[in-house]
Design a protein. Sequence first.
Length: 239
Amino acid sequence: MEAAKASLQQANATHDEALIAQAKAHFAIAKAQFMVAGQIADSSQLLGRLEGLPAVGDLARSRHTAVDGIATMGAAISDAGQELADLYGQLIKPTTTGGQEGRTLLTVLDQTDSSLVKVRTDLDRAQKAAAQVDVQVLPAGQQATFVKARNTISSALAGLDEFERLVPVLTEALGGNWCPHLPHQPRSAGHRGRCWRRSSSCASGCVRSRGTGHGMGIGSHIACCVVSGESEASSAVVA
């Protein structure tokens, strides 16, 4: 994990794409190590027998749960790290010339928001796994490290919450069009459209809805955006 973090920091400073691949490899190795640790605990016959003994069963089970929780947490953080490495790779790529000079801030915002949705899913999984761990059953020398990692996950999720609140504002400020029915789907300035919504029971097509999604009644609705005269169906369901 530390090696992967160091590689990302160097890549950010030097814009060296080779360091991105190096970071992803470190994250992949870390994930494999966490998963192996969990598999060893799950397949241990000795641990299984200890869990069945009245005198030490509770202690053995709590330690087993801690190992599984930390293994799942570590694997999830590794997944988040690989997604962040991919995002770093996109952001440090040299800009290309063409009809538009380089990447716009709105394009960068689109890329960042899309990647961070996946990162959030991984961190949610890590947080749930960490919550299963009883810190008191960990060796004294490892307790502070675990608590620090758990707190870092919480801080990262809080930061993502704040970013998500800013995305619609930033998108509009940069000339994009934010669709309230399609979370995490900012529309670039070059693909501005009108936000529409369609009832799942309505066969006549989309009904324009410029509001926040209220007033359509109870039930399932399918969100869609009409962009450049063409409908882009979304898998998002608006209740």
